[in-house]
Design a protein around this ligand. Structure first.
Ligand SMILES: [Fe+2]
Length: 445
């Protein structure tokens, strides 16, 4: 996780194996990389840095790493929380995700506005869509694969605690509507289906005492119920059907889809109350550990939601400890068969990429040597091939020894076969968060 000290560009990238010629575009990955000399602080709050690899015609053309030029990265110490209690939505780190939409590349963090980047990773600046966006923007928006609209939300420490937004396929903010929740809960992700939006109002809430200390002002709250809200996409706050679920936390959603009987299948990585408190403590949060912690895995989990009855039925989709679930984004909100995850503590204690087949319950995996860990596996569909898993998984691997990283390209139909290609990067890439494969067509707008 240790940050790298500077920015770097190289056009000489040895590659093992053969890069699929159809992979033409950019793989960008975001993560915290505090400036040299700055206090370590909370892992979630470090200045965002993108590591990017350009691939074209079977060749890796360049690697660049660049800080996103936010206040966190430029030494501008203006505060996020102003003295009058309002927030500066540009005084953030933009360190969590990077996505294309309507010809723009946006670096995202849930506390503030997106920062727009150029295809060469220079920073354009904060983006409020022509002054229209007046709340923060989640790092996990969902693009509707049919309409091209980008659905997202912003959550806030002050009312309205939650606001739902939609960007058109052309990048215009066409909808913003407040959603009533019970309080200032930390909502990292959400889901859409063909006709609904799912809200995750879960028991990590803002704690006023933590706000004055800086860092992450959220903590586990035993007194806050765990609820999923089911809202018709064209509805508003009054139309949300709230369904209470067993207490838990969710950082990351795999997908959600409507069943023929009117229920909704919602798949995500679930943290038990004990696990989230342990994890939150480990990454520099403020939750206190208790003796009662269980060492439960953060496993892939399914909730079947019945918005008519207001009930939820839960089941585990796997027992192994995984995170960073991804799918073919072309199936966002639609039924999907495969979920790709990053697994820790797999057989023998190693880490790797685990693919779940939700139809037959089987898994396929690429295990790494013991000092190596994979980053999120981003699915890139093949140009031809009808199977849902016809395509490639891209993942940057990092070693505990500080060895130079690699960008792995795996055949998503056969992870166990090992990478079809590996791009050798000039140096270590710290563990980070999320990334995207950005095609040239997407940059054309
Ligand atoms: Fe995330």
């Amino acid at each position: 996780m240790a940050p790298v000290p500077d920015e770097h560009t190289t056009h000489t990238l040895p590659t093992t194996g053969a890069l699929p010629p159809e992979l033409t575009g950019r793989y960008f990955r975001n993560g915290p990389n505090p400036l040299p000399g700055s206090p370590a602080g909370h892992w979630f709050t470090g200045a965002g840095m993108i590591h990017g690899v350009r691939i074209s015609d079977g060749r890796a053309e360049w690697y660049r790493n660049r800080w996103i030029k936010t206040p966190a990265a430029t030494g501008d110490d203006r505060p996020f929380l102003r003295e009058d209690g309002t927030v500066d939505l540009t005084a953030t780190s933009a360190n969590t995700h990077v996505i294309p939409h309507a010809g723009r590349i946006l670096a995202l963090v849930e506390a503030g506005l997106p920062y727009e980047l150029t295809p060469d990773l220079d920073t354009v600046g904060p983006c409020d869509f022509g002054g229209q966006l007046t709340t923060a923007m989640t790092a996990h928006p969902k693009e509707d694969p049919i309409t091209g609209e980008l659905h997202f939300f912003g959550y806030s420490l002050r009312p309205p605690f939650l606001t739902y937004h939609v960007l058109s396929a052309a990048g215009e903010l066409i909808r913003s509507t407040p959603i009533d929740v019970l309080g200032p809960s930390m909502m990292h992700d959400f889901a859409i289906t063909a006709n609904h939006v799912l809200w995750l109002d879960l028991p990590m809430t803002a704690n006023p005492e933590l706000m004055v200390t800086g860092g992450m002002p959220f903590a586990w709250n035993d007194n806050y119920p765990a609820r999923i809200g089911v809202m018709p996409r064209n509805g508003s706050s009054a139309d949300v059907r709230w369904i209470e679920i067993d207490s838990c936390y969710v950082f990351h959603v795999a997908n959600a889809a409507e069943n023929p009987d009117g229920t909704i299948a919602f798949d995500a990585v679930r943290y038990t109350p004990a696990m989230i408190q342990k994890v939150w403590h480990g990454i520099g949060g403020h939750a206190e550990l208790t003796d009662a912690q269980a060492n439960a895995p953060t496993s892939l989990h399914r909730w079947v939601l019945d918005p008519v009855r207001g009930t939820a039925r839960e089941s585990a989709l796997g027992a192994e400890s995984v995170e960073f679930p991804t799918i073919d984004d072309g199936l966002t909100g639609l039924p999907n068969r495969f979920v790709y995850t990053v697994g820790s503590n797999l057989a023998g204690g190693v880490r790797g990429i685990v693919k779940y087949d939700l139809r037959d319950g089987s898994t396929d995996r690429h295990l790494l040597e013991d000092t190596w860990q994979p980053g999120e596996a981003v699915f890139v569909p093949a140009q031809d091939g009808d199977a849902e898993d016809a395509g490639w998984l891209l993942s940057v691997i990092s070693s505990d020894t500080g060895a130079p990283s690699e960008l792995l390209v795996l055949d998503a139909t056969d992870l166990a076969a090992g990478p079809v290609a590996s791009v050798h990067l000039p140096r270590r890439v710290p563990s980070g968060f999320h990334g995207s494969w950005i095609t040239d067509a997407e940059l054309a707008g």
